[in-house]
Structures are given as structure tokens and as C-alpha cells.
Design a protein around this ligand. Structure first.
Ligand SMILES: [Zn+2]
Length: 316
């Protein structure tokens, strides 16, 4: 049995969520998603369970290949299904509990009236913005990846702006919904981002967050081979407790939270396990394997052990 190589934290840091100073090394992994290698540890806070990646690469941009999948214009069947479900949600046809557990990207945390303002942070190439605008929502997006923004503009989505919350000027107290779909885990300072978002929401506005679930069945089964880790691009690894605490600490009230599944994540993780943590190849792309393990992913989500956490919070 292989033993994990020794990893030393570059600099002792307290937990960025609760300030706890006792952190345990949970696992040591590598970049098996993009095959760029490296050795990284995840340290977990003994109080809130939050995980942090260590060390944080000095040049994080070097860990994003030009064809990084989340930045590409995605038009696969699961994405099309997700966006159709999001459009239905936006049209007032509230997604059922099963759909929200199947597709975390389909939720807006409740009904959204026509003309409502929705801000999608980390909008990628604008898939969600497009689905919402088709449904009559005044949807806007911001995205730091230049190629993703170029793809959005090419598709006619001029309301997707290039930049981050720090660089783009947005109206304060103005947004009915802010959507943060698989974004928070990439940020160096998620609390600072949540504070900014709390100031963007209008008095009845809500924030909808999805992140990978460090406490889910997938991570427990696959350990360092779990696809939800995305080392070293994911700098933060949330548990339900740490996510709820982070949102509460910026003055928002958690309205509901649940776990959802991420279609294909078990197949990708199994692939990483079989191939020794290197670049995914055949197994991770096998639709047959994805279909076989999907009932297990769904069952985990229904009992609160899914691979994604979804949380809806409001201004109090
Ligand atoms: Zn903590």
C-alpha cells in the first residue's frame, strides 16, 4: 500500500471560516482532473470541518489549461437538461424536490417573477444567463475567464461582463437573486466575496450557492481520487456546517440547504482511482458506467450525502 508523501503546510493558517487553529491533514492528492500532477494536501478544521488546500500555488493561473472544461461552451445532454430545468424554474414552474436533487444548477431557490434581476457570478460562457433571459428574466453574468466571455458574446449574450466582483461595477441593493454555482470553492477569500454579495442583494433578495460537498459519500468512498476536489484549483472544500456558518457570518439568513448529485462524478473518481490519480481516460467518459452508478449518486443525495451542497440564503 502506497503511503502519502509528507506535505508541510506552507504557512500555518487558521480556519478562514470559523478562525479555528486546530487543523488536521485529511488527505494528500494530485491534479487528476487535468493531469497536471503536483502534490497538495487538504487540511480540515476540527471545529467546522472546512477544508483548505495547501500549498496554494503561487501562479494559480498556470493550473488552468486553455481548454479547462468549465470555461468551455458546454452543450452536452446533461447541460441541456439542466438549462431546460432552470428555464422552467424561472418561468414559475418550480422544480420538484427530485429535480433539485438531480440538478443543482436548476434551482433558483424559489419562484422568480418575470423581469426579476438575476446575477450569475462565474457565469462561464453564459449558459444559465441565456436560459434565464429566454424565460423573461433580466439576467446578467460576470466571469473572469476571457475565452468564456468571448464565447458568451459570440452567442449574443452581451450581459455577460468580463471580470470579478472586485473589478466590475454593479448596482448595490439591487438584485433579486445572486447565483453562485460552483464558484466559491475557487476563490481565495470566500468570506470577502459573500460580504460583497450581501451588499448587492435587494432587501428581499436571495443568494443561491452550490459547491462540492466534502462531507458527501463520494469523498468518503474515493478519498483523494474524488473528482470534487479539483486540486489545486479548488482552494476551499466546504461541509454543510462550514458553508452555513460562512453565509451566517456575513449577515445572511440560511433559508434552506440540501445535497444534490453531480452526474458522472463517481465514474470520473473511479477512473482516477484505477489510473493512479492521473489524467482521466476511458472509464470516466463511459456513459454506461455513469448510468450504472447514478442510482447510488441519487440515493446519497436524498439522504443528505450527495456530492454537491446547495444553499439558499436571504437578507434578514
Ligand atoms: Zn473552521
Amino acid at each position: 500500500m502506497k503511503t502519502a508523501p509528507p506535505v508541510t503546510m506552507a504557512m500555518p493558517r487558521p480556519c478562514p471560516i470559523c478562525g479555528g487553529v486546530r487543523l488536521n491533514r485529511l488527505l494528500v492528492g494530485t491534479d487528476h482532473r487535468e493531469g497536471l500532477g503536483g502534490t497538495f494536501a487538504i487540511f480540515c478544521c476540527q471545529v467546522c470541518g472546512h477544508g483548505i488546500t495547501d500549498p496554494i500555488p503561487a501562479d494559480i493561473a498556470a493550473w488552468y489549461p486553455s481548454a479547462y472544461a468549465p470555461h468551455a461552451r458546454n452543450d452536452d445532454p446533461v447541460q441541456r437538461l439542466s438549462m431546460a430545468a432552470l428555464r422552467r424554474t424561472a418561468q414559475g414552474k418550480r422544480a420538484s424536490g427530485v429535480v433539485e436533487r438531480l440538478l443543482s444548477s436548476a434551482t433558483l431557490g424559489g419562484p422568480v417573477p418575470k423581469g426579476a434581476t438575476v446575477l450569475d457570478i462565474g457565469a462561464g460562457s453564459g449558459g444559465a444567463v441565456q436560459a434565464l433571459r429566454v424565460a423573461g428574466i433580466d439576467a446578467h453574468g460576470i466571469e473572469p475567464g476571457a475565452s468564456a466571455v468571448a464565447a458568451a458574446h459570440q452567442a449574443g449574450l452581451t450581459t455577460v461582463q468580463h471580470g470579478t466582483l472586485e473589478t466590475v461595477t454593479l448596482p448595490m441593493d439591487a438584485w433579486d437573486v445572486v447565483r453562485l454555482h460552483h464558484v466559491l470553492e475557487y476563490l481565495e477569500d470566500p468570506i470577502a466575496t459573500l460580504e460583497r454579495i450581501a451588499g448587492l442583494l435587494n432587501p428581499s433578495g436571495r443568494l443561491v450557492i452550490s459547491v462540492p460537498n466534502l462531507g458527501g459519500l463520494g469523498r468518503r468512498m474515493f478519498g483523494a481520487s474524488w473528482d470534487g476536489l479539483e486540486l489545486p484549483r479548488h482552494l476551499h472544500h466546504f461541509t454543510r456546517h462550514s458553508l452555513e456558518r460562512a453565509v451566517g457570518d456575513v449577515g445572511l439568513r440560511v433559508e434552506m440547504s440540501w445535497t444534490a448529485c453531480v452526474f458522472g462524478i463517481f465514474a470520473g473518481s473511479l477512473d482516477a482511482r484505477v489510473h493512479g490519480g492521473q489524467r482521466q481516460s476511458g472509464l470516466g467518459q463511459s456513459l454506461a458506467l455513469k448510468a450504472v452508478v447514478f442510482p447510488l449518486e441519487l440515493a446519497a443525495a436524498t439522504v443528505g450525502m450527495g456530492d454537491a451542497l446547495v444553499l439558499v440564503a436571504r437578507r434578514p
